[in-house]
Ligand binder design. Structure first.
Ligand code: ATP
Ligand code: MG
Length: 323
């Protein structure tokens, strides 16, 4: 069994930085965007935004750094995060930019297709000028999503933020959230490598474990990561549950049985719940139980951020849940 106290609890604010979007969803499985159809939305979204909303719902002090346009998509996101308890003072409202958006359709086999408008959006203008040293220097855990690293400007800002957090005694959690194609860009691999060097808690999906290591087996890659200085690795395996690894051992959990309605956001809710529980001083096993409940609950709710939950909601879910 792992030593539950491998990483001591990290009081202080949890901070996420990156893309803030709205998502507009197809209403019918198998619907295509090559012809007109009924859509539903806008819903608040963006991986780091979903993450920080889930952190706030669990009562952890938290803040978001990012950019939205001066439009209703921006208002929808900022007011949603503020209402759920996120410090939104680090979100810049840019006068001449549009809030990012994503359109999603669901295939019959359960896969999703996205059309993104992010690289031309307010989120793409995030730079070192948006860093808030006051938020970062009192940050207990800084969370990085690989999906946020889509421009050199953002990568530079992310590196700078990580250095500030680390210098002030904070820790870094990292969810690579990557597509294989991203690794073909050498600068992207360098950026992911840089972040991994500072990562205390690594939260990859199953297929991502070997992407950033030289070992080809999962166990080999995990050993490499732990040797490199990562203290906790939590592997997300969708309906197969999750696994935890640290220097003292490993533990595995099955997923709770739920009907999957919309997988978007499950990984973000899972990671946020794990980080929040650990920051509140809970042991690894309890944190994993709540994280799995949070992920499972999120796939049962339509909308990317609509599945975020409070402890009361997670406890209610756990009362009747089966693995
Ligand atoms: P994504 O591919 O969207 O980035 P992810 O790989 O980050 O997702 P998942 O593994 O899909 O994250 O989900 C995170 C956690 O949520 C899982 O480890 C599991 O505990 C829970 N979960 C996800 N999908 C299901 C499901 N279908 N049934 C039950 N629990 C689930
Ligand atoms: Mg993910």
């Amino acid at each position: 069994m792992p030593n539950s106290n491998a990483v001591p609890s990290r009081p202080g604010t949890i901070v996420a930085m990156g893309e803030i979007l709205v998502e507009i969803m197809a209403t019918r499985v198998g619907q295509r965007f090559s012809e007109p159809g009924t859509l539903i939305g806008p819903f608040a979204s963006g991986a780091p935004a979903i993450f920080i909303d889930q952190v706030a719902k669990l009562g952890s002090p938290c803040a978001m750094i990012g950019c939205v346009g001066d439009d209703d998509f921006g208002v929808l996101n900022v007011e949603r995060l503020r209402g759920d308890g996120v410090d939104v003072s680090g979100i810049a409202v840019l006068k001449d930019a549009t809030t990012g958006s994503a359109f999603v359709t669901y295939r019959e086999d359960g896969d999703r297709d996205f059309i993104y408008n992010i690289t031309n959006s307010a989120s793409a203008q995030l730079s070192v000028a948006n860093l808030r040293d006051d938020l970062l220097s009192k940050c207990g855990t800084f969370h990085v999503m690989g999906s946020s690293l889509f421009s050199f400007r953002i990568i530079e800002a992310m590196k700078r933020a990580i250095e500030t957090v680390k210098t002030n005694g904070g820790t870094v959690s990292f969810d690579p959230n990557i597509r294989k194609e991203m690794l073909r860009i050498p600068e992207m691999r360098d950026a992911l490598d840089f972040i991994l060097d500072y990562t205390d808690i690594f939260l990859p999906s199953g297929h991502e474990v070997t992407l950033l290591a030289s070992a080809t087996s999962e166990r080999g890659a995990i050993d490499e990561l732990l040797k490199r200085g990562v203290k906790e690795v939590v592997v997300k395996r969708g309906a197969q549950g999750c696994s935890f690894f640290d220097a003292n051992g490993e533990t595995h959990r099955s997923a709770f049985k739920v009907q999957e309605l919309d997988p978007t956001g499950a990984g973000d809710c899972f990671g946020a719940t794990y980080i929040s529980c650990r920051a509140q001083g809970m042991d690894v096993d309890t944190s994993l139980k709540y994280a799995c409940a949070s992920g499972a609950r999120a796939v049962g709710v339509k909308g990317p951020m609509e599945g975020t939950a409070t402890f009361a909601q997670l406890d209610t879910f756990l009362q009747s849940a089966t693995e």
